[in-house]
Design a protein around this ligand. Structure first.
Ligand code: WTA
Length: 643
């Protein structure tokens, strides 16, 4: 059966930056045939540079450079240039805290805040090339801190506020960060989520950290360590509003963002300045069809790459007005998002399939209470969106009037790689449709040969692009092995995909041992290493189980050391343990105890079989390499301990 197509309305097309499939194809062909001219012209037109490049592109596989020798500053491009192009008094952020407090921050005001905080950092001795860790709630001072770092050429690394002190410590140590910028806490579901205690615990074992700067958000009582800890508002008293942006090399690391890999150690994905900024800026136009009058809302957390590229750098480089919200989508009631969208007259809304599935579960009465007629475009990111959720989003939120951009990309790619251009592609629910200009995807088999049309294979990208990661912080070998060695010279995404007869790309999910829970990437190895650090645990294997709301849920198979353990209590204890070691979003949904784990003869745990058990409660796959069949029968017979 042919898929139902959803073409954009004539009105949408008339107003769009890229009109119709001809418009898309022209851009795509130009970028493919003349990449250096294409990107060079855009860089000149769309960004401000202090010094121009000698050449656009340099490729010493697998290391790329874009705009070689050029100098610019990301903070300048996101703020200063808007002070003279008519956007001075335009809101950059319409911010709302969970308790209901509001702030409107114009580009002029953002400039003042960023300059002052950059001066604070300077005052603490921070210099170009240093690294800063940012561990904050979703308050405007979070982007302010990022932009202040960028202004000085200090490489920042934002650690999601849901991460535990252990995870925070590992990131601080890997970067040898000189400063940690944090807050007393933030608000989530009406409760204070404290951040400073985790910082104190982590920093105790991080000798590189000389300063901890604390923004006061909740006003709760927290201990401050003399000489090391400083209140943001106190340091702010003695600084000026003026802080020139430091010109940095186009390749200067703007930020490092940690993401899960297939081993226990998280990878520090290192992004550049020039190429990164250009491509996030361009996708604001191509994918979100951003116009000056739009009220744009990306409802992600800044702690993830979506927030970096599409709350901070992309929208600000494009001079957008963004909504930013601190808290939970369902607090105080499941219509908080719709209330915010209606109140600020949002025209573009970008969220994850996990959030959409949760909204569906809450029921249509919640969006029905609000006037969502200002919306004109919807977006989805983080995992494949199932067609039924897509249809609901289209009808119930978009009033059948808004195109949906299903955007495929990764922390590593920096910007959106595959997505409809909303004024061009007729949509098919569940498909990311077509690649962005300059992106050359291919679907291949294990040998790197293209698979037949319609067949599933590995998604690779055949040509480097401006916003791609430059390396893994401190580990270029891992970067080369992980991304560029499976199909030599091509970027290996780790996702499976297929292309249909109309050329539409369907991304199907990860092929490696990485799970996707509520749009958060978790590596099985990271979780397993956390579990086996618990004194009771002998061995652990973790797999993802399909989950109605979160996409996947974590199921842990655990074998215990000798001892008198009470399974119920221990299961709860282990879940708490994982929350402490990684973060509460990583807590296993269920824990199954067993005497052994299914393994190959070479001792490799067969996660594939465990996945089958949790999905079907039976094992149909190939078990010829299995060592102990008895173990399997026990595991399959057990019921979930839905702790
Ligand atoms: C998955 C998030 C299907 C994919 C920006 C990818 C998607 C991983 C989509 C990256 C989508 C993201 N359709 N799958 N539209 N978007 N993914 O690094 O498996 O947190 O490799 O970046 O999420 O997750 P990350």
């Amino acid at each position: 059966m042919a898929d139902r197509l959803y073409p954009p309305s004539e009105e949408f097309v008339r107003h769009a930056h890229v009109q119709g499939m001809e418009g898309y194809r022209a851009l795509y062909e130009r970028a493919k045939e003349q990449p250096e001219e294409f990107w060079g012209e855009l860089a000149e037109k769309e960004l401000d540079w202090f010094e121009k490049w000698s050449h656009v592109f340099e490729w010493n596989p697998p290391f790329a450079k874009w705009f070689v020798g050029a100098k610019l500053n990301a903070s300048y491009n996101c703020i200063d240039r808007h002070l003279t192009n008519g956007r001075k008094d335009k809101p950059a952020f319409l911010w709302e805290g969970e308790p209901g407090d509001q702030r409107v921050i114009t580009y002029q005001e953002l400039h003042r805040l960023v300059c002052r905080f950059a001066n604070v950092l300077k005052g603490r001795g921070l210099q170009t090339g240093d690294r800063a860790i940012i561990y904050m709630p979703m308050v405007p001072e979070l982007p302010v801190a990022m932009l202040a770092c960028a202004r000085l050429g200090v490489t920042h690394s934002v650690v999601f506020g849901g991460f535990s002190s252990e995870a925070l410590k590992a990131r601080i140590q890997d970067l040898a960060a000189a400063v940690v910028i944090t807050a007393d806490g933030g608000w989530r579901r009406g409760k204070e989520v404290r951040l400073k205690p985790a910082v104190d615990e982590a920093v105790a074992e991080c000798p590189s950290v000389k300063n901890v700067i604390v923004y006061q958000r909740t006003g709760s009582d927290i201990p401050m360590q003399d000489g090391r800890d400083h209140w943001w508002h106190e340091l702010d008293k003695d600084v000026s509003d003026d802080c020139p942006a430091v010109p940095v090399d186009s390749e200067h690391p703007l930020y490092v963002l940690y993401t899960s890999g297939t081993t226990g150690k998280p990878k520090g994905i290192q992004h550049s300045t020039g190429g990164y900024l250009l491509q996030v800026r361009m996708t604001m136009k191509w994918v979100f069809d951003l116009h000056d009058e739009d009220i744009y809302w990306c409802a992600a957390d800044v702690g993830w790459v979506t927030g970096h590229s599409y709350i901070v750098y992309g929208p600000l480089a494009a001079g957008a007005t963004s909504i930013m919200y601190e808290g939970a989508p369902d607090f105080p009631a499941p219509d908080r998002f719709w209330q915010i969208a209606a109140k600020y007259r949002a025209s573009i809304f970008y969220t994850s399939p996990t959030a959409i599935r949760a909204f569906i579960k809450h029921g249509d009465q919640w969006p029905a209470k609000h006037d969502l007629s200002s919306l004109r475009l919807l977006g989805s990111v983080g995992e494949p969106i199932n067609p039924s959720a897509w249809e609901w989003y289209h009808k119930t939120i978009g009033g059948e009037r808004c195109p949906i951009v299903d955007t495929w990309w990764q922390t590593e790619t920096g910007s959106i790689m595959i997505s409809p251009m909303p004024g061009a592609a007729p949509l098919k629910p569940g498909s990311g449709t077509f690649p962005m200009p300059g992106i050359l995807p291919e679907i291949v088999d294990l040998e790197g040969n293209p698979v037949e049309q319609g067949r599933e294979g590995f998604l690779i990208l055949k040509r480097p692009w401006p916003s791609m990661l430059r390396t893994i912080w401190g580990d270029p070998k891992r970067y080369a092995d992980q991304y560029w060695s499976r199909v030599p010279g091509c970027y290996f995404t780790g996702d499976a995909a297929r292309q249909d007869a109309d050329g539409y790309i369907w991304v199907l999910g990860r092929v490696d041992d990485v799970m996707n829970v509520s749009g958060h990437r978790l590596s099985t190895m990271e979780l397993e290493s956390a579990l086996v650090r618990h004194p009771a645990v002998a061995e652990a294997a973790v797999v993802g189980k399909p989950h109605e709301i979160t996409g996947q849920a974590v199921v842990a198979f655990v074998t215990l050391k000798q001892g008198d353990w009470k399974p119920e209590e221990l299961a709860e204890d282990l879940r708490k343990w994982v929350a402490k070691e990684i973060g509460s979003f990583a807590k296993p949904e269920s824990i199954r105890f067993s005497d052994g784990l299914p393994k190959t003869r070479s001792g490799k745990i067969m996660r594939r079989l465990l996945r089958e058990i949790v999905t079907n409660n039976t094992v149909a796959g190939d078990v010829t390499t299995l060592e102990d069949l008895g173990v399997l029968t026990t595991l399959a017979a057990q019921h979930d301990d839905e702790a």
